[in-house]
Design a protein around this ligand. Sequence first.
Ligand code: TYD
Ligand code: MG
Length: 435
Amino acid sequence: MAFDTDDRVASATMQIIENVIDAHSTTKMYAHTQTAQLISLDSIDTQPLPRILSGISEWDRVVGGGLVPGSLIVITGDPGIGKSTLLLQVAHEIAKTKRVFYFSTEESLQQLKGRAIRLSTLKNAPSDNLLFSDSAELTSIITTAKNEKPDLLVIDSIQNCYINNANTLPGSVGQLREAAFQLMRLSKEYNITIIITGHITKEGIIAGPKTLEHMVDAVFYLQGEDRWQTRMLRAVKNRFGAINELGFFCMEQNGLQEVPNINAHLISEISHAPGSAIVSIMEGSRPILLELQALTNASKLTMPQRVVSGLDHKQVVLIAAILEKYVKIKLSMQDIFFKVSGGFKIKGSESDLGTAFALLSSYFQEPLPEKSIALGEISLTGQIKPINNIGHLIKEAEKFGITTLLVAKNQTIEKTSCTIKRFHNVYELLSLFGQ
Ligand code: TYD
Ligand code: MG
């Protein structure tokens, strides 16, 4: 007990000493600090620096109309998704007009050269403007950049960098934070655009608990479905552009090729079969045409299965319950398998009507009218509700040969060459199935 008390006294004494030292050093610190320069709004230069364009339009659009000089951005995604490939292509294009340094901290220069040889766009690319290094020591990278002042600095990847003589462990969250902080200062003070890559964990966050996301100007995810070879570049944070903007690429033998016309690609895969319904959703500034696929089958289980991907599981269960209640079909006795084509994920409820149609079409084993698209929400009372901003969706759908619109009774449609079929409630949906 006495020992405890002694300990407490000792620690309290230490605390007081620390406080005295703290107060002392704080006073000294203030004494030696220069005052900050303050200026009025009028004197702030608002001339935006021209953006750095790569000419790869899917990239340039997603980053907000080209890279902003002096910004720090992160590209993240699963291993093997194509981050290094994309950055090598972007670096090469930008190097046609700007100076670019590429630090490959994960792969050797030989591996990097091997990749470059595969990339068709990099043929005839002996550019003195694009230089490589496999140094992974951050202080050395930063010193090189300060001395040479490139326009763009790529570090692939940040998790493989280490800082000599740092108080933090290599690969630790502390070191990652320190690295990001130092790079942020470098980008701002020297007006160097910096792109770093970061791994993603299984939970889908950048390794190092979102540390990087908070500290940088922009974060882009490269995602894709392997079977399909399509890669989506998605802005999830962008201080200089719209978020949720999407860029599309296709991974081919000779690198990532742009897919400017993603809807042509998507629609070519759509089958006119029972269980399939086409919907359209806005992804950033773009309407995307997607196929919903449903399969309903009489269940042999006491608890029928519901296997859903690409859409909130509860949303499909809800629509099935609404159909059961108002259309009187026994979906609760059926196994339901449901997916969205192309590995896309739908968030809102604009695809409710499409979901209902896909379920009914599979249940009755009758396809929907050919080249039709369903655009509407469904309320709990079984009413079909109009959706906002339908104009963009219709215009894009028409471009790809859609000829029939399936919409809510009171949906306003300004202009269309399509046949319009209107539905007041879910019961009326049966009229498409010879019921
Ligand atoms: P990579 O860019 O190394 O991915 P990340 O940096 O995100 O880990 O991409 C590796 C994959 O891409 C690998 O599976 C091989 C494939 N690939 C192609 O299909 N075509 C190509 O031209 C290149 C360079 C890679
Ligand atoms: Mg890589």
